[in-house]
Design a protein around this ligand. Sequence first.
Ligand SMILES: [Zn+2]
Length: 331
Amino acid sequence: MRRTAAQKRILHRLRTLHAVEKQPLNLTYVKVHHPKLLRQVMSLKHFRGWRKALEAAGLGYDVIRTELSELIPCEICGREMKALTTHLLAVHELSRAEYEALHPGAPTKSDLMRAQTTWSLREPPHWEPVWSREYVIDYLIFKHERGDDLAPWTVYRDESCLHANAKAYFGSYRAAIEAAGINYREICHIEPTERWTPEKVLERLRRLHLERPLESTSDIRRRDSRLYDRCHHYFGGTVPALEAAGIPYICLTRRRRPAWTRQDVLRAIRVLAQAGLSIRPEALPAHLNGQAECLLATAEQMFGSYEAAVARAGIDYATHRGRRRMTVTGR
Ligand SMILES: [Zn+2]
C-alpha cells in the first residue's frame, strides 16, 4: 500500500517510541505525553483510529506497553492528586461540574482509579482499560468493521455503556458515529427520517408475529425497540396496538395475567372480527397461537357455547364474512 510521507513519518515515530524509547502506547498515556502525535493520527482518515495506526506500524495491543496515570494535575494550581473532587471544593470552591466547564476534557480522577471502577471494559473484545474520546472512536470503528449493528437504539439497548460514553464525549451518539468516519444513515437500517404511521405499526406487529409468535409484550421490546416505542406513541401501549393489529391479548402465551376471564373471551372474538379475520371455530387455530382450544373450552364453560359467546360479543355469527387469513403487505 502506498503511503504519504506524513503517514510514513507517523509509523516510523510509533515504532521508535515502542522499540527504542520503550514508551507505553495506550491512549490515555499517549494523550498526556504525545498529544500532538495522537491528534495527527486521529485526524488522518487513512489510519481509521489509533489502534489501526498501531497495527499499520506492525504493533498491536498485545505487544505495546500500557501505563495508567496514578496522579493527575489540578489545572488551576498544578498540584497532582489521585482525585480532584475534594481538593476542588476545599481549595478552589468549585464543584466537579464547574471545573469541567472551565477545563473541558480535563479528568478529575487518575486513570488507575478510573480503571478500577470501569467494569464495562474488563471483558474482551475491549483492549483499553479506561474510556476516552479516542477509545470511543476506535471501538466504534472496530464494531463497524466487524459488521455489528450500530443502530442507536440497538447500541442503547445492548451496550448502554458505549452509548453513554459516546454521548458524554461527543454530545450525541450521532456525533460520535460521524467522528469515527461512519455514515450515520447507513447504520440506521430504518432511516432516521422514516415516517411512522399507525398502519405501519400494525403491519410491523403482524409481520413480527408471523415470523415467530409474540409471547409477551416485552418480546416486542426485545425484538424491535423502535416498534415498541411507536406502539406507545400511537396506541398508548402494546396491548391496544396488538389488538388493533388483530392479535388478541390471549395470544401472548407468557402474558402477565394467564387466567382466562369472560372479558378475555369476548375481547379475543371482537379483536378477530374487527380485524376482518374468520371467527369460525375451525379457523381459530390459525390466529390464536395455540390458544384456540382454550378459547373454545372457556367460551363453552362460561357462556354455554361458543356461538353464545360470539353473540354476547355483539357479533352476528351468521352474517360475519371475515375470511381473511392474517397477512402482511409491503416491507
Ligand atoms: Zn488546585
